[in-house]
Write a protein that binds this ligand. Structure first.
Ligand SMILES: *[C@@H]1O[C@H](CO)[C@@H](O)[C@H](O)[C@H]1NC(C)=O
Ligand SMILES: *[C@@H]1O[C@H](CO)[C@@H](O)[C@H](O)[C@H]1NC(C)=O
Ligand SMILES: *[C@@H]1O[C@H](CO)[C@@H](O)[C@H](O)[C@H]1NC(C)=O
Ligand SMILES: *[C@@H]1O[C@H](CO)[C@@H](O)[C@H](O)[C@H]1NC(C)=O
Ligand SMILES: *[C@@H]1O[C@H](CO)[C@@H](O)[C@H](O)[C@H]1NC(C)=O
Ligand SMILES: *[C@@H]1O[C@H](CO)[C@@H](O)[C@H](O)[C@H]1NC(C)=O
Ligand SMILES: *[C@@H]1O[C@H](CO)[C@@H](O)[C@H](O)[C@H]1NC(C)=O
Length: 411
């Protein structure tokens, strides 16, 4: 097996999840693809070769691997030390145990984890996922947060990619669900996938874990925790923020939220999930923006908080002040190429800011050059931007222990 080699995102991953909202005006494209540069250059080639060999090796192995990859942050360069046991299998038969273990390993002391998702259709070259991981590296005091990030993989390819570059990966297999196929945005399967995620997150809450859910096209520049409301149960970023964190007219964006595990949030996730029947053809974010006004929210006493775009900005409404920005989301963007372009520019802008002398950091000088290409304008080519959407087969209510390992055995 390859010797330890630098992990600087040689692979590219593409991420599924959360795409433009179709039903209303504030469309929020949450789809991704990207490339990450990998210094030092000569190592790229070696590592790519090493990994290709690894992948070929795994492909030839009938059973699944259990590639243990440990990230060790040393100085500024992350080092990956693979200790591979190809004959070990992914223990798909014991999902509950695996989920318990990965959450426990990744959790902070107060049982908080950071969650994002990945599937095969998006696990190819040029991925926004690489930019996502890079943002943690160049953000101010964000690198440690990677230790608490769990990547939920929906199939073998995504799982392998994850294992190759990150210590906390979870393979989610479900009866009758194949999330690896490419389907169109808002297709039946796409919607089921979105809803599946809501149900999964409810289980994480029931297991007693608080989480930040983040889309992969959210760039992390600062530790978000100091900006959360201590008394909030469910806190969510916004496409448009009207200045008051309690005003439910703020348009929520499901691509970034912080949820505490308690009876209120568990009830709320059940309610959210069950509301899909009343809003056929809509995805979780649209339904959220509708049910947030429901009296049931107040009946259960859920403390809902909307996060200011000053800290949690996006392309719909960029954070105005580099000195306080925590995250920036490539929302309000239709088209993968546009999105990739702007996210890369966003990272460049951040680097530019970080390189400024302290005296200039608080000036009005630094400002985002984004959105540059991103917009909600339709793409020239039919559905180009929606390539690689995930899709599923039948959505069965998520049950631990109910497994379909076919996603993980097919190549
Ligand atoms: C990196 O780790 C090595 C060995 O563990 C150590 O010798 C070296 O000083 C470390 N470098 C930095 C910059 O921490
Ligand atoms: C980075 O974080 C440190 C402490 O966490 C803080 O002292 C410093 O001002 C921050 N720098 C910027 C540019 O925000
Ligand atoms: C498992 O999923 C595959 C597609 O991914 C499907 O063809 C098969 O019927 C499923 N098996 C069961 C038992 O649901
Ligand atoms: C929210 O929007 C509704 C309808 O536009 C309006 O009547 C209401 O006053 C708004 N609430 C707040 C707190 O702005
Ligand atoms: C949640 O509700 C159950 C039963 O209603 C109760 O036993 C439990 O203590 C509650 N948990 C919290 C964290 O409030
Ligand atoms: C983005 O915009 C720049 C400058 O307008 C242009 O050169 C580039 O081709 C655009 N890229 C994409 C992917 O649209
Ligand atoms: C940005 O925020 C910092 C810290 O709150 C503040 O000192 C600074 O004046 C702000 N800069 C601008 C341009 O508003």
């Amino acid at each position: 097996m390859p010797k330890p080699c630098p992990l600087t995102a040689l692979h590219s991953l593409q991420f599924p999840m959360q795409l433009p909202s179709f039903s209303g005006s504030p469309v929020t494209s949450r789809s991704y693809s990207a490339i990450l540069r990998c210094p030092p250059r000569p190592l790229i080639f070696l590592t790519v070769v090493a990994l290709s060999v690894t992948f070929i090796y795994f492909s030839a192995t009938p059973i699944l691997f259990n590639e243990r990859t440990k990230n060790q942050w040393n100085g500024t360069a992350p080092v990956v030390i693979p200790a591979v046991h190809p004959l070990e299998t992914v223990d798909l038969g014991n999902e509950e145990v695996r989920l318990t273990r990965v959450l426990k390993e990744a959790a902070m002391e107060d049982k908080t984890v950071i969650l994002t998702t990945l599937n095969a259709a998006w696990a190819s070259t040029d991925s926004i996922f690489d930019l996502f991981l890079e943002s943690f590296q160049i953000g101010n005091d964000t690198r440690w947060l990677l230790d608490h990030l769990v990547i939920i993989a929906f199939d073998k390819k995504a799982y392998m990619r994850c294992k190759a570059m990150h210590p906390h990966c979870f393979a989610l297999a479900t009866m009758g669900v194949d999330f690896s196929g490419e389907k169109h945005f808002m297709s039946d399967g796409y919607l089921k996938m979105m809803w599946r995620r809501i149900d999964f997150l409810r289980i994480v809450l029931e297991m007693g874990y608080n989480f930040i859910f983040t889309d992969a096209d959210v760039m992390w520049f600062r530790n978000p925790f100091p900006q959360f409301f201590p008394d909030g149960d469910f806190q969510i970023a916004c496409d448009r923020f009207f200045g008051n964190h309690l005003n439910r007219n703020n348009t929520a964006n499901g691509g970034f939220n912080f949820v505490k595990s308690n009876n209120r949030t568990i009830e709320f996730y059940k309610f959210w999930y069950s509301s899909r029947d009343k809003h056929p053809g809509h995805h979780d974010q649209d339904v959220l923006n509708s049910i947030k006004f429901d009296p049931f929210i107040d009946e259960i006493g859920l403390k809902m908080r909307f996060l200011s775009t000053a800290f949690f900005g996006g392309l719909c409404e960029p954070s105005r002040n580099f000195s306080v920005v925590c995250t920036m989301h490539a929302n309000c963007c239709v088209g993968l190429n546009r999105k990739f372009n702007d996210l890369r520019l966003m990272l460049e802008d951040w680097r530019r800011y970080m390189a400024l002398p302290p005296a200039l950091k608080n000036s009005r000088l630094p400002f985002w050059r984004v959105p540059q290409n991103c917009s909600l304008a339709p793409l020239q080519h039919h559905m180009t931007g929606f390539k690689g959407r995930i899709d599923g087969a039948q959505l069965t209510p998520y049950k631990l222990k109910v497994l379909n390992t076919s996603n993980f055995n097919a190549n």
